[in-house]
Design a protein around this ligand. Structure first.
Ligand code: AGP
Length: 612
């Protein structure tokens, strides 16, 4: 997905912009560009392809300016090409703009501007923006220092859709204007500089003090200051937020890929998620929640809404909420939930899980839930992300920045946090029982058990060498193991491009078993003592039909024989996904490596999906 970087200070902007773009590469993109304010006006350098291609252009060496904007583009409107890449300028080149998001009414605006004599050189929705700003600028008779800002505000009031914008103008050569609506944008500040980005990690090495923008807050940036205005051009006050992420957490630290590093970080990230929420003496507290027993008793249901991996974490949450809190719990895909007129009201608690906090469908589902009167609780990993500013309550996973597109440590932290949330609710509801205490103890033991589980790495690497050329793979499980099968299948697809499917093992004979033929690989997960025998029977059925098997288990499998077995530590079956997913994350990783693919930046995918 597109990425934005900007700089305004006393240093040369170009290296800072390029460094920021490189840090945004993980988001996925197909072209890149920069614009700086030079002595003779705005200079734009852009190119199709990677940032490395941009750096090869000789024009980039001549950029000396100390104010600049930059962008990596992930094509939506118009093919990947140099003309379509950002920044975009108006004909007179006195405005340059980079944009994340989608302008839904760009056709209409383009028609209007064409009639006013404007010319367009790209197929993008973005190109209307510098031209629309120019249109309002030219119509404004008043010549004061707010003239560019007025033009930007007027132009933005015409835009439908989502946008995060950085705007340069030769009429305001010492400044930059930025604004956002439904698309992320943050400003990192030092005493003498401002760094702008769509993603905190891109500028984390320069500062830890950030302004987190709300929709339609216009910011006029200069070297050492940031002035904030609302849409009526009234000044507003804004405080910085300290983002306590370690800059080195956004580096590879000697690992070949971010994904491998993030898989291995899981003992630490889980420890951070548990934090002081759960302690050995049995206490369980979640900061910033003020729910009461009466409120929880009044609920008609809990809905968990998310996309992709985050939704898979929600599936685990459902089992625990229902078991310990006795509250009916549904799990929904955000893009389905938002369009199916869900039956929710003020007696529903809707929990949104999102690593990035910027997923467009999840945010839209949250807005819909609020309209319907439901209470909303966000579980996110990114402090100050868009969803956290919309939700009634937010709790953070504290997993540290996740850079690889394939989510790993965010998933395990989400499962940990939702389990702690269920325990917290059970405590408020005065539910008592050995099982709740046992789950608490099991969560506290997780970091060391994850450490232990990671030792299967070598075995998995060998198995990956055997199967990486296959065209199809199947994952089977029952109950909570089926939830893990879904996540394993998604992980494999997204980074190895091997087709795979996950099935509830009991469903096999209702159709999918027709696909089983000699030498096909079936991976099964067996961690629930109550279901292990049932799953073994299903796996026997595929063995009979010639399948090769890999079993991930912490159970005694008796005399049953399988081609490959990975043994993981025992834990409470409710949270076993946190351990059983690890060999499967590694499997996807090593298969992708064997195939020589780009693990961290799989084709067609973006880290945060900020458009619908
Ligand atoms: C995970 O590997 C995926 N890349 C993807 O499914 C992801 O989990 C999904 O897009 C949701 O993202 P979010 O958690 O940032 O909302």
């Amino acid at each position: 997905m597109c990425g934005i970087v900007g700089y305004i200070g006393s240093k040369k902007a170009k290296p800072i912009l390029i460094n920021g773009l490189l840090r945004l590469e993980y988001r996925g993109y197909d072209s890149a560009g920069v614009a700086t304010i030079e002595k003779n006006g705005i200079s734009v350098v852009k190119n199709k392809g990677r940032v490395a291609e941009l750096e090869k252009l000789s024009a980039i060496d001549s950029l000396e300016g100390t104010i600049g904007i930059a962008h990596t583009r992930w094509a939506t409107h118009g093919k990947p090409s140099t003309e379509n890449s950002h920044p975009h300028v108006n004909g007179k080149k006195d405005f340059a703009v980079v944009h994340n998001g989608i302008i839904e009414n760009y056709n209409e605006l383009r028609e209007f501007l064409l009639k006013q004599g404007y010319t367009f050189y790209s197929q993008t929705d973005t190109e209307v923006i510098p031209n629309l700003i120019d249109y309002y600028f030219s119509k404004d008779d008043k010549d004061d220092d707010k003239k560019v800002l007025r033009a930007v505000v007027s132009a933005c009031s015409e835009l439908k859709g989502s946008f995060a914008l950085e705007i340069l103008s030769t009429h305001l050569p010492d400044k930059m204007i930025v604004v956002r609506k439904d698309s992320p944008l943050v400003i990192g500040k030092t005493d003498t500089e401002n760094y702008i980005s769509s993603d905190i990690p891109a500028i984390l090495s320069y500062t830890k003090d950030f302004y987190l923008l709300d929709d339609y807050e216009y910011v006029v940036l200069s070297k050492g200051s940031a002035e904030f205005y609302n849409s009526d051009l009234k000044p507003i006050k804004k405080q910085t937020v300290n983002i306590d992420w370690n800059a080195s957490a956004a580096e590879k630290d000697g690992y070949d890929d971010f994904m491998l590093k993030e898989i291995h970080e899981q003992p630490k990230s889980i420890r951070e998620t548990i934090g002081s929420r759960l302690s050995a003496d049995g206490t369980c507290n979640i900061e910033s929640l003020d729910f009461t027993k009466e409120y929880l008793n009044s609920l008609n249901k809990i809905c968990i809404v998310a996309c992709g991996t985050a939704m898979h974490a929600g599936l685990v949450g459902k089992t625990i909420f229902e078991k310990f809190c006795h509250i009916p719990t549904e799990v929904d895909i955000a893009s389905e939930f938002r369009y199916r007129d869900p039956l929710i009201n003020e007696k529903t608690l809707v929990v949104f899980i999102t690593q990035s906090g910027e997923t467009a469908d999840t945010i839209a589902a949250l807005k819909l839930s609020k309209q319907k009167g439901a209470k909303t609780l966000a579980i996110s990993n990114v402090i100050g992300s868009s969803i956290t500013r919309e939700a009634d309550y937010t709790i953070y996973t504290h997993a540290g920045p996740e850079i690889a597109v394939a989510s790993t440590k965010a998933y395990t932290s989400q499962v940990v946090l939702i389990s702690i949330l269920a325990i917290y609710f059970a405590k408020l509801l005065e539910m008592k029982g050995k099982e709740i205490d046992a789950l608490k103890d099991a969560i506290l033991e997780l970091p060391s058990k994850v450490e232990e589980t990671l030792k299967c790495s070598k075995q998995i690497k060998c198995f990956a060498k055997k199967v990486y050329k296959e065209k199809d793979l199947f994952f089977l499980g029952r109950g909570i193991d089926y939830n893990v099968a879904l996540e394993a299948s998604l992980k494999l697809k997204e980074i190895s491009y091997i087709h795979s499917d996950a099935y509830a093992a009991g469903e096999l004979k209702h159709g999918p078993i027709a696909l089983i033929e000699k030498d096909i690989t079936v991976v099964s997960i067996m961690t629930d003592p109550n279901l292990v025998e049932k799953t073994i029977s299903n796996v026997q059925e595929v063995i009979t039909r010639g399948a090769k098997t890999l079993v991930i288990t912490n159970q005694n499998l008796g005399d049953h024989k399988f081609d490959n077995i990975i043994t993981i530590p025992e834990t409470n079956p409710l949270i076993s996904p946190i351990l059983s997913v690890i060999p499967l994350q590694l499997l996807a990783y090593y298969i992708s490596k064997e195939k020589g693919l780009d693990v961290d930046k799989p084709r067609n995918l973006a880290k945060s999906v900020t458009v619908e």
